[in-house]
Design a protein around this ligand. Sequence first.
Ligand code: ADP
Ligand code: MG
Length: 240
Amino acid sequence: MIEIKNLSKSFGQLQVLKNIDLEIKQQEVVVLIGASGSGKSTLLRCINFLEVAQGGEIKIESEVINPTKTNLNKVREKVGMVFQHFNLFPHKTVLENVIEAPIYVRGQKKEDAIVKAKALLKKVGLEDKANFFPDQLSGGQKQRVAIARALAMEPKVMLFDEPTSALDPELVGEVLQVMKDLASEGMTMVIVTHEMGFAKEVADRVVILADGYIIEEGHPSELFDNPKHERTQRFLNQIL
Ligand code: ADP
Ligand code: MG
């Protein structure tokens, strides 16, 4: 689904991603972990071209994406993203948030977009909140709207950047549950999270990033119980 080869990304003098090679297979759930500042968000942002890498190559569904030639809106339709801070449109209702891109980016008919949005809101357990505004919702509800909004574009892959980090602890579970449901339906996902219980249960593969390098990857059962790299051990000791 996604093939990343030798990706490098710098901000000025600071090289944030160094020779990243990573493949994400169809229906695979990959959890990306690493210390703060290790480049996790930058890597996700490169995958949907919110950032443009200086070196290397990203293929999505076998197509090399050349940011100067490819229509990046088309790429972003395939690659949905959910952020730590939800990024909902504050002055639009829940329903309007979900139908916005399908109507204005994909040109769907409003009636069709509404039918679809209602089904997605039902899927994330928020059918009764369609006419609420974001500030009338809890953080967990906002994040579930954000997930429904991303799904409305029918992405092939979903990227999640610490989707539960801004939530009160009692609201984390409801968001993780929606993500688990998506995984079991076969959605391809790349997830940055510190929720190691979730990673153990749901991830097919865990990838550890340190200082812009992938230092280790593997199935969660091997990697958590038997990390090879000393830095992985130290990092896991800090968060487990
Ligand atoms: P993580 O998500 O793992 O915490 P990030 O990818 O956000 O890490 O950041 C990695 C490094 O890149 C950090 O040192 C951060 O300060 C730097 N960085 C991220 N985005 C920018 C930017 N837009 N401009 C300059 N530096 C940035
Ligand atoms: Mg980050």
